[in-house]
Write a protein that binds this ligand. Structure first.
Ligand SMILES: [Zn+2]
Ligand SMILES: [Zn+2]
Length: 340
């Protein structure tokens, strides 16, 4: 008899319906089955479940992509992965054939699939995924650190785009999970002052408790003045982890400084003071998910020098996925992990 499992299915328009399904089986030769231990709730999941949706996903799928689990079976063509291995998910399945993939720019693949967004994901006891989406991680890395592999890989991929010197000061706009991952990463890399900006007191307190150098409430004063006071000339590197803060970002950067644009707000169209960028020699990097950051992210997690599980504030069972989404949406939680 086939194994049955309870899973939440995305039905569109913010609805999750729990159904009993047969556990996925190996179908293609390169398929791998993973018994999921935990899966983080991501901003993308909040967007998929927003009403109306702020991120596309077809009704009928299982969402979730920040999963960690143990392999239970592998297809006949799979090499290098074995039952019992612990793996994490690199969720974008690029085609390998389009003009961008052929140029090595696979983060710009034009015909990709995404585990947990276009095909079934990891908010389920069993994930079926092609072997190329899975990365082995040493079992000595705690489950909750491994679960943050995917968002951390995005920060790793983004940070490498802006040449960095130890001691550089870094201002990060947005003190949510992504902004704080950038902060942890820059601290590990040897940044000078790290300053977080947000409007949410919960997030600013969190940044402060993590020992960051400043947590600035942009609703309560001029952040550019404060950054200048702290650095003398402005930040060497500014990260916009929100997605519509380029105007603020170029004001925080020192002359000759760099701006990393990371957050995604497809419908916002903020005005830009082009003069400031030209006159003060700023470099603006658009960065999207990261190009081949996975091996380094695994090595970083295995080194234990960065422990992103400090961001996990809540651990909930799969039956409470919606509550977890609400906690993150209302900013009563930093990062919620679903334990499966
Ligand atoms: Zn994610
Ligand atoms: Zn492609």
């Amino acid at each position: 008899m086939l194994k049955q499992e309870h899973v939440p299915i995305f039905r569109g328009n913010g609805v999750l319906e729990y159904v009993v399904r047969e556990a996925p089986q190996i179908e293609a030769d390169d398929d791998v089955l993973v018994q999921i231990e935990a899966c983080g709730i991501c901003g993308t999941d909040l967007n998929i479940l927003a009403i109306p949706p702020a991120h596309k996903a077809p009704p009928g799928i299982v969402i979730g992509h920040e999963g960690v689990g143990i392999i239970t079976a592998v297809g006949p063509a799979v090499r290098g992965l074995h039952p019992g291995d612990r793996v994490v998910i690199a969720n974008r399945l690029t085609c390998g054939k389009c003009d961008y993939c052929r140029r090595g720019l696979d983060n710009q693949c034009t015909t990709y699939q995404t585990i947990g967004t276009t095909i079934d994901g990891a908010f389920a006891p069993t994930l079926r995924a092609p072997a190329r989406a899975l990365w082995k991680i040493d079992p000595s890395v705690p489950r909750d650190d491994a679960a943050l592999f995917e968002p951390l890989s995005c920060a790793v991929g983004s940070v490498k785009r802006a040449p960095f010197q130890p001691g550089d000061s870094v201002a990060i706009i947005g003190a949510g999970p992504m902004g704080l991952l950038f902060a942890l990463l820059y601290r590990t890399l040897g940044a000078g002052k790290i300053m977080l900006l947000d409007v949410a007191p919960y997030r600013l307190e969190f940044a402060q408790e993590m020992g960051m150098d400043a947590a600035i409430n942009v609703a309560q004063g001029d952040a550019a003045t404060e950054i200048k006071r702290m650095t003398g000339i402005g930040a060497d590197i500014v990260v916009d982890a929100v997605g519509n803060q380029i105007g603020q970002a170029i004001q925080l950067a020192r002359r000759g400084g760099q701006v990393i644009l990371f957050g995604l707000r497809p419908h916002d169209n903020p005005p830009v003071n082009q003069y400031t960028i030209t006159r003060y020699d700023l470099t603006v990097h658009g960065t999207f998910v990261g190009l081949h950051p996975f091996a380094q992210t695994i090595q970083l997690l295995e080194s234990r020098r960065i422990q992103p599980s400090v961001l996990v504030t809540h651990r909930l069972p799969l039956a409470e996925l919606e509550r977890g989404v609400d906690l993150m949406r209302t900013q009563q939680a930093m990062k919620v992990l679903i334990e499966i």
